[in-house]
Design a protein around this ligand. Structure first.
Ligand SMILES: Nc1ncnc2c1ncn2[C@@H]1O[C@H](COP(=O)(O)OP(=O)(O)O)[C@@H](O)[C@H]1O
Ligand SMILES: [Mg+2]
Length: 257
């Protein structure tokens, strides 16, 4: 088996055309969602091929995978725009999932938020999509999927793709360039004026919720989150929250221009 990189180390493998990943309490919900997307003709995500012991078997999504720092094809305008369009497609295809299923009776990794407009991917970042050249053609890693407003997912995606990150490895461009990329993402998604008005506040709320979740999981004994906190991962999110708050006016002005 070949280990796949770009996510957690030592737990995601490829066996032929099958991806083998750890099974979680929420995996059956994710499988239902993935199969729903395919039934809707959205084939850019994996399908569930089955469960084997404590692992899930997913179809392999073809394409090139990337990670931070964003260089080459993943840093292109085409990647940014096609990523936003695919997120829109995912959201639109999820509304029929919400009408078909009583989401409160399903298990999710992250709590549902009101109003439940769409199923958010929850981690729609450059390291969870597949590219053909500069075009985003696939998306994976749906563990963090959960029902929530569209803008909740747009906010986290824009944060990751602009990116409004202050860490040296993750950063790209100036504040003006980041704000322009944020606007391009919103334009390609078809974000409303209201979405853009609340986007910075929603990014801050999303990151605050993420840091709280990391602490809660670590305190509950989750080894992965304990290690993340020990390595100071939460500190970069806190620095990014500060960066977003300091530059809220500039970013919002560009988003609404
Ligand atoms: N279904 C898939 N098709 C193609 N590549 C995948 C698939 N699932 C995972 N990968 C690859 O494996 C890497 C790690 O998997 P991922 O599901 O993102 O793990 P993690 O939850 O640890 O982030 C991804 O960045 C991607 O390169
Ligand atoms: Mg991942």
């Amino acid at each position: 088996m070949e280990e796949l990189v770009g996510g957690r180390e030592g737990v995601i493998y490829k066996r032929g055309d099958i991806v083998v990943r750890p099974l979680n309490a929420w995996s059956s919900t994710v499988h239902l969602l993935l199969n729903h997307y395919h039934a809707q003709g959205l084939t850019e995500c994996p399908t569930c091929l089955g469960v084997e012991g404590d692992t899930e078997l997913l179809s392999y999504v073809k394409g090139d995978a990337y990670n931070y720092p964003l260089t080459g094809a993943i840093a292109s305008e085409t990647a940014l725009i096609t990523a936003a369009k695919l997120l829109r497609k995912l959201h639109d295809a999820s509304t029929s999932f919400l009408s078909k299923h009583h989401t409160d009776s399903l298990t999710w990794m992250l709590p549902a938020r009101q109003p439940q407009e769409v199923i958010c991917h929850g981690d729609y970042s450059p390291y969870n999509v597949a590219l053909n050249g500069k075009t985003v053609v696939g998306v994976f890693d749906f563990d963090t999927a959960h029902p929530a407003p569209r803008v909740w997912d747009i906010a986290y995606a824009v944060y990751c793709w602009a990116p409004f990150k202050t860490d040296k490895i993750d950063a790209l461009g100036t504040l003006i360039e980041q704000s322009e990329r944020a606007k391009q993402f919103c334009d390609a998604y078809g974000a409303t004026k209201q979405d853009r008005t609340v986007l910075v506040d929603t990014m801050v709320a999303r990151l605050t919720t993420l840091v709280r979740f990391m602490h809660d999981e670590a305190n509950a004994g989750n080894a992965q989150f304990k290690a993340n906190i020990e390595d100071g991962h939460h500190l970069s999110y806190l620095a990014d929250i500060d960066y977003l708050k300091r530059n809220q006016e500039t970013i919002t002005a560009r988003l609404l221009a």
